[in-house]
Design a binder for this molecule. Structure first.
Ligand SMILES: Nc1nc2c(ncn2[C@@H]2O[C@H](COP(=O)(O)OP(=O)(O)OP(=O)(O)O)[C@@H](O)[C@H]2O)c(=O)[nH]1
Ligand SMILES: [Mg+2]
Length: 196
């Protein structure tokens, strides 16, 4: 699908953000272990572009991947991980805030919710925060391969109810089976080239 996927930088502060030529950025937010890094790999069809782990807390920096020299996919640390060191837990909000605020390159914030776990309290708080920043938000339900059809429909209804989103702003996906990824790619391409 994409020809060139390059890892650019693992940033720990605003001064390291690489996008000086104002290309579009898309960020993937969500709890630790929800599947953010796996999702970026599945989208880019690269197994190891972003590092993943079965243990929460794998991604610790804001990682920028440049796709076809046209846009960035941005991988960030997850929230809600109790074993994170005290310092990094306290800094989490500040860290993400530095990325999300005053960023006119940021076209869509994808909020990932595990379809098996359902929306958590932290997801609700994050959604409220994103709305307060007036960002363009799309909810991605992850790991749909782990949930049966009936349960999946129930979980989607729960996401709609708790996060207060419309049907058109939720995409159910699986990085494992690639289910739903075409819809997300369609959204990205529409942002990059509105005539698509
Ligand atoms: N079955 C299944 N497992 C998945 C899927 N996506 C991710 N996983 C698994 O979920 C675990 C966490 O995935 P990551 O992509 O590292 O999660 P993350 O959100 O980046 O986590 P942090 O970096 O810790 O915030 C890994 O064991 C993945 O293999 C999926 O679509 N289906
Ligand atoms: Mg990660």
């Amino acid at each position: 699908m994409f020809d060139k996927c390059e890892y650019i930088i693992s940033a720990v502060g605003k001064e390291q953000f690489p996008n000086t030529n104002k290309l579009a950025e898309f960020v993937f937010l969500g709890r630790s272990n929800v599947g953010k890094s796996s999702f970026i790999n599945a989208l880019s069809q690269r197994k190891m572009l972003a590092r993943t782990s079965s243990k929460p807390g794998k991604t610790q920096t804001i990682n920028f991947f440049l796709i076809d020299e046209a846009f960035y996919l941005v991988d960030v640390p997850g929230y809600g991980y109790a074993n994170r060191s005290r310092d990094s837990r306290l800094n989490y909000g500040e860290y993400i805030e530095a990325y999300l605020t005053d960023n006119s390159n940021l076209k869509i914030v994808f909020l990932l919710v595990d379809t098996k776990v359902g929306p958590t309290n932290d997801d609700v708080l994050m959604m409220n925060y994103l709305r307060h920043l007036a960002l363009n938000i799309v909810v991605i339900g992850t790991k749909a391969d782990k949930v049966g059809t009936t349960m999946l429909a129930k979980q989607k209804a729960l996401i709609k109810q708790l996060l207060i989103v419309n049907d058109k702003d939720i995409i159910l996906t699986s990085a494992a089976t690639k289910y739903g990824l075409d819809k997300v790619i369609g959204l990205l391409l529409k942002q990059i080239n509105p005539s698509n």
